[in-house]
Ligand binder design. Structure first.
Ligand SMILES: CC(C)(COP(=O)(O)OP(=O)(O)OC[C@H]1O[C@@H](n2cnc3c(N)ncnc32)[C@H](O)[C@@H]1OP(=O)(O)O)[C@@H](O)C(=O)NCCC(=O)NCCS
Length: 377
């Protein structure tokens, strides 16, 4: 039997050509379509960044205006989806709800099985506009509040905060949230994007690919880590103990500290640099430094003790909490942003498709094993 080299977790395996996102894990560089994430975080908006990811270059003023208007006009959900959201148990997590509702949205798509380029772009607009609506609407429903309809005059970031809280956000909150959306928008072949490409590669539709991607993002080794970080901070605060001692004990039990480590980065995750800054600024502005200071101490300890850096999820936890967002909305918010990258990758995959179908090194009983009839077992 021929043996192959197995790369567990596909670490370092190059599985696709892609012109969307570039990472240098040793230098700590992340770039969308060649543009450094720091420049985008400082100067761009989620709309402009999404346009860049989908069309390959920065839009001019009128193209951006057109793109933003089209995205705002796509903020529509079929009435059946609102009924569906109301029918879910109030105890369902928003991430489960998002996964199920995105799957259900395909019933109402005018060409649900179409996988041509133009259909994919149309679905990308629809889903990018609809994901925030689903998350905000379910949160309002489970809290017994009225659903807030989208405001087409607001940006993507401001509109989500408006639909979630029912109050127009202050500019600082909108800008912080917008930057968080930019930072999370794409990250090459991360697990959920890879899942989306695998699904799209079978010529299944965009909704199937995004539903699968949401499922992959949910896990605490991927997008679910931001929620796990905040749960840890809450638990430390609840116990009233020392954050460093808490984390020391986790490590002594060989447990993972969520929000640290990365498959690709060997330096600081460049997204963490911005989130740390934003978390600090928001905490100062709100007069509550508790979560930021706790995070800082944990970061310093884990860096010294394990040589592990904070990743994108570590400071997004304190950032979102300071913005008044519930912890089980953190991972859905990741999805609200990452839909831009997922869609870009599905479009790219289907523009030049080949089925993704690797092999496994067989480790089961040696062939041939005789079939034993049930009465003789
Ligand atoms: C992101 C992650 C899944 C990458 O995993 P990976 O490339 O497969 O790396 P491994 O899990 O094999 O980790 C390599 C080593 O570092 C340790 N390590 C990695 N991340 C760690 C963490 N967050 N806490 C404690 N130890 C960690 C592992 O225990 C392992 O140690 P060992 O070689 O002594 O067994 C991993 O770092 C992790 O689980 N982080 C926490 C979850 C998280 O924040 N995910 C979001 C990523 S953006």
């Amino acid at each position: 039997m021929a043996t192959a080299t197995v790369v567990k977790g596909l670490e370092g395996v190059v599985a696709a050509n892609s012109g969307i996102c570039w990472i240098d894990g040793y230098a700590g560089v992340l770039a969308y379509r060649g543009i450094d994430i720091h420049e985008l975080a400082e100067n761009s908006s989620f709309e402009e960044t999404t346009c860049l990811l989908w069309y390959g270059k920065l839009p001019g003023r009128s193209a951006l205006q057109e793109f933003s208007s089209k995205l705002a006009e796509s903020r529509q959900l079929p009435s059946e989806i609102y009924s569906l959201l109301r029918s879910f148990p109030k105890s369902a997590t928003p991430m489960e709800v998002l996964r199920t509702a995105v799957s259900a949205l395909s019933f109402y798509d005018p060409a649900e099985n179409a996988v041509d380029h133009d259909s994919n772009v149309r679905k990308a607009f629809a889903l990018t506009a609809q994901l925030p609506m689903l998350v905000a609407a379910f949160d309002r429903i489970r809290k017994g509040r009225d659903i807030v309809q989208p405001d087409p005059s607001l940006s993507h970031a401001a509109n989500f905060l408006w639909m979630l809280h029912g109050e127009k956000p202050i500019p600082a909150a909108t800008r912080t949230f917008d930057i968080a959306l930019i930072l999370h928008a794409d990250h090459e072949l991360n697990a959920s994007t890879f899942a989306a490409r695998v699904i799209a590669g079978t010529l299944a539709d965009m909704h199937s690919a995004i539903t699968g991607a949401i499922g992959a993002l949910k896990g605490p080794l991927h997008g679910g880590a931001n929620e796990a970080v905040m749960k840890m901070l809450f638990e430390i605060a609840h116990q009233g103990g020392d954050p460093v001692e808490y984390v020391r004990s986790l490590l002594a039990q060989k447990k993972k500290v969520f929000g640290f480590g990365h498959r690709v980065y060997r330096t600081e995750d460049p997204r963490a640099t911005h989130l740390r800054k934003m978390s600090e600024q928001l905490s100062r502005d709100s007069g509550n430094m508790k979560w930021f200071e706790m995070s800082r101490r944990i970061e310093e300890f884990v860096r010294n003790e394990k040589k592990l850096n904070a990743n994108v999820d570590f400071y997004s936890a304190s950032t979102y909490t300071t913005l008044g967002i519930d912890l089980d909305l953190f991972t859905p918010i990741f999805a609200i942003s990452r839909i831009a990258g997922w869609a870009a990758h599905v479009i790219e995959q289907l523009d030049d498709n080949r089925l993704i179908r690797p092999r496994a090194e067989y480790t089961g009983p040696e062939y041939p094993v005789k079939y034993v009839p049930i009465e003789k077992r």
